[in-house]
Design a protein. Structure first.
Length: 456
């Protein structure tokens, strides 16, 4: 008899070939954080045993969702600056609050964002962290990742220009590329070998970085084989700036600098020309589609259907709570599919299965983790969701993925496993005291808001 860490039994596994599930007698054997074997539970019981057995009770098991773009610190800005143009929104939310944030507010905001993400089935989260008002603020996001048990990618935000559009002051998170990359070195050294925490580089936007700063980042990324994530063509401002400053479009400038030659994940990618699309394809660049934030800010509609037909990998992001407000990737799936249908005036434009792929397999590919996560396969990490369709919003259920995308919500997430560890079970977090975190976060956010209003 083989001793293992965990056995999930009495489960259903998705069969994409007919949009149905297997019979509810499947077991997953998990050891050392990985899926060791998937098979008939009666057969596996004779070969494997564990002190931890989780009875799925006939629930459907799915791979954990992957959120490839958010700003966790913005959880403390939820609801601010609503219904305002882009720059005014920034002034009344991010630029109002961020300069006054301290270590505790960074940590609590990250914890709230992580917990909301986990509740909606997110097991991997890329935090585009640019709130570096003081040194080492990223440490508190990393601590939140570790405390709640999520798989976290810390994308170190960078801004090295002296002025941002609409502001007369130097950005509160200003640092040279050299200083930012030194911090990346320090953070990476702290978490060497950590099974759930990794790092990426996140230069803010074309008008938030100098040419030389971007060149340093590109060289560092290639040398260290790191993902580079950047806000790209969310509005027309990117190309206006790049054409005036460099005489080239944004993506042609990034090509010249060397950013496109990295493992590049462009966030938003709304205002794309044919040349831009060709460059994405040429360099095997990827896209993080953030439909809810794009709708709230009135930014436009990314040409996702066109990009997908070109074979460009697409993932999903919630963006920060200052714009989206919600950190639910289930909401993003539904909205992302519907937005493409209405924009293309074609109900078949983007199917539930396609958007589900963006939240799972394509999402993993977009952050270079396709060999680890994104699907339930033997040998992959045990990042697993148990989905309960016996809820009023998903009964009856004929096609599980269609039900999840078009009528599902966080109530359908019965359990969340990361690296084979049960971090959320039947509405309760297993590693943190949710009530305590929420009480502390509300008090701290209120204090921060009032002090920020006094100092504006």
């Amino acid at each position: 008899m083989n001793k293992v860490d965990l056995i999930i039994e009495n489960a259903k596994i998705l069969d994409k070939s007919n949009s149905n599930c297997s019979s509810p007698n499947v077991s997953l054997v998990i050891d050392s954080g990985k899926i060791l074997i998937i098979g008939d539970q009666n057969t596996l019981r004779t070969n494997y045993e564990s002190n931890q057995v989780w009875n799925a009770d006939g629930k459907l098991l799915l791979p954990g969702f992957i959120n490839t773009h958010c700003h966790l610190f913005q959880t403390f800005m939820r609801g601010l600056g609503k219904d305002l143009p882009f720059i005014q929104w920034m002034t009344n939310s991010v630029r109002l609050m961020m300069p006054n944030m301290d270590e505790e507010s960074i940590y609590l905001a990250a914890m709230v964002g992580c917990m909301e993400s986990i509740r909606s089935g997110v097991t991997t989260l890329v935090d585009f962290m640019y709130a570096h008002v003081k040194p080492r603020y990223a440490d508190h996001v990393l601590q939140a990742f570790d405390d709640c048990g999520i798989r976290g990618v810390l994308a170190r935000g960078m801004t090295d220009v002296d002025r941002l559009p609409g502001s007369d002051a130097r950005p509160s998170s200003h640092a040279t590329a050299e200083q930012s990359l030194a911090e990346v070195d320090r953070s990476r050294s702290m978490y060497t070998g950590h099974p759930r925490i990794s790092f990426a580089l996140a230069p803010s936007v074309i008008w938030g970085m100098t040419y030389d700063g971007l060149k340093e980042i590109a060289e560092y990324a290639v040398k260290n084989k790191m993902l580079v994530s950047m806000h790209i063509l969310e509005t027309v401002d990117d190309d206006h700036y790049s054409l005036e400053k460099y005489g080239k479009s944004t993506l042609r400038t990034l090509e010249e600098i060397g950013i496109l030659a990295t493992d590049f994940l462009g966030v938003h990618a709304i205002r794309l020309s044919e040349d831009d699309i060709n460059l994405f394809k040429q360099y095997n660049s990827r896209i993080s589609y953030n439909p809810l934030a794009n709708m709230i800010l009135g930014s436009g509609v990314a040409p996702i259907v066109k990009l997908s037909k070109q074979g460009i990998p697409i993932s999903l992001g919630t963006d920060g709570a200052a714009s989206n407000d919600s950190q639910s990737l289930i909401e993003v799936m539904k909205t992302g599919a519907l937005l493409q249908k209405v924009h293309n005036q074609d109900s078949a434009a983007l199917s539930a299965w396609e958007i589900f792929s963006m939240a799972t397999e394509q999402g993993a590919s977009c952050i270079n983790m396709e060999d680890k996560i994104g699907s339930l396969r033997e040998g992959k990490q045990a990042d697993i969701l148990a989905i309960d369709f016996q809820k009023s919003n998903t009964t009856p259920c004929y096609d599980p993925i269609a039900s999840l995308v078009y009528s599902g919500n966080s109530e359908n997430i019965a359990a969340v496993f990361v690296e084979g560890e049960l971090i959320f079970d039947q509405g309760k977090f297993t590693k943190v005291n949710e009530t305590d975190i929420l009480i502390r976060a509300q008090q701290k956010a209120s204090e921060l808001f009032h002090s920020s209003m006094k100092n504006r």
